[in-house]
Write a protein that binds this ligand. Sequence first.
Ligand SMILES: Cc1cc2nc3c(=O)[nH]c(=O)nc-3n(C[C@H](O)[C@H](O)[C@H](O)COP(=O)(O)OP(=O)(O)OC[C@H]3O[C@@H](n4cnc5c(N)ncnc54)[C@H](O)[C@@H]3O)c2cc1C
Length: 535
Amino acid sequence: MATTVKHEIGSWDTFHNNGPFPTKVLYETLLEAKGNMPSITDRYNDAAAEIQRLIQLALSNREGFRAYGSAWSMSHIAHQKDNMHFNTAMNLKRTIDVDELHPNATYVRENLFFFECGNIIKEINQFLFDNGKSLKTTGASNGQTIAGCVSTGVHGSALDVGSVQDSVVGINLIIGAGIDDIVYLERHTRPALNDVFASRIKARIIRNDDLFKAALVSLGSFGFIHGITVEAENRFLLNRYVKRISKDKALQLAQTLAFEDADFVVEGETDAGGKPLRPYHYKIFINPYVNDTEYVVEAMYKKPYRSGYPDPVPRIKTAIYRDLILLFTSIAERFRNSIPSLIRLLQTSVLPPVDLQVTGTIGEIFWDAGYQGPAYACAVGVDSRDSPKALELLANLAKNEGPIPGLYAMRFVRQSDATLAFTRFPVTCMLEIDGLIWNPQRDNIISLPQFCTRIIEVLQANNIPFTIHWGKNADWSFPGLIEHMYGANAQQWKECRSALLKEETAALFSNRFLQDTGLSEYIVNAPLALAASVV
Ligand SMILES: Cc1cc2nc3c(=O)[nH]c(=O)nc-3n(C[C@H](O)[C@H](O)[C@H](O)COP(=O)(O)OP(=O)(O)OC[C@H]3O[C@@H](n4cnc5c(N)ncnc54)[C@H](O)[C@@H]3O)c2cc1C
């Protein structure tokens, strides 16, 4: 039997210390030992029964229950005051058997994999590599769990690929303690797995595009995500370059993404006619305090996999243009205890020298997180065509109403069809601001909450449609914020959630974050057809 360790913790915090938050109980469920229960499916179903026991306990006590992964989200999205469940010991993973593919599936069976919620990206990368495959995209580093990534919409800067949730083709949710409360969701227009698979995990199948899209970026609130079916692809390599280019050119590319017609040419990354190739990944790093004529950009080009390339990890370990917070802390190291001195440094210095060129797999390039202390991160999504204007506005905000200790970056991500995906524009530019947490009184500068509020006000005042990364710092209680960002999709999400969950389980899987955003609203009359199979 899976066993659960219970800790009465009193308070809980995120990986980057964005709390602490008062919390009664922390659970951690450990799988039955392989030796005692050799079948992966048996161990998986055994863990599901244990999660249902915990859910029943919370329901009986009229308390909340929330799963979380690596606690890498910097908002309070993962927090629940009553019961939190730490998932990373629930990390079963498997391929899909021949008899489990749906007859109408358009997927290649060998590309489909089933991961239990607590698998972190690093172990998924290794498992897929061992099977000759790769994730299509990840974030800039590899410590998040798969369920955490999907629940908040984690992205890299893969302009034509999308975010982590865009590779998901099935979701196994535990939505209550009853026999009918293990469900497996798929799109009805793109089924992947059949009833044999569902019966093996004792799930009721619901094939419904709208429900699937709502549950995809679920903010932890559609139930306990127990497992996720992911579409991978063949292993590939990325040639990674970090270059200084003129600010105008960098921003023009941000706006148009017309790489093939631009004069941004990386030696060796051209077609037979000498035209620039379109990169897989494009990212811009910006110091908002220096009127530099050049920006640092990171570009990556996708190549077929080959063995025998030099081990990139020693170089990646020392590379600083990987993750914005890593770049920032590398610069800030000496001034960590003096924010005013740090800001003076930012105001007078250009970004450090660029990293060397390197080639590797997704797992080698988007590697371990290099910084583990207190930090904040704000990230707004705008249409890539609006990105230069949005950057100008938010850089001016930092200069005129700050200064705040932070650097900026821009990443670019293809549109997602998840109902509440913040990557909702044809190509979304994620404009990020990362830095060290400061003390507004001691340092005599605007507070982080005030700065977050001003980001929203400035974008609204300038009529720039935007979204905000669910796992980052923001003024989540800003009046009308969710409707402003998502319009009718917000209502659709609430209706789908209300149709799938009973009122008491909707409350169970809710938290303060959901209340702050207004998304906890239960629509009593939501049509039940929203949670029924379409075919
Ligand atoms: C160092 C660092 C680097 C980062 N880089 C990126 C990046 O490159 N791109 C990017 O987009 N973001 C990035 N982020 C943000 C972070 O990746 C996301 O917020 C992500 O959600 C964190 O995953 P997690 O496993 O830590 O999830 P958590 O933060 O633990 O949880 C996130 C949400 O998922 C829910 N959840 C988790 N597991 C389950 C489950 N089994 N069932 C139901 N709900 C569940 C939680 O309730 C919560 O709502 C970074 C953060 C850090 C600290």
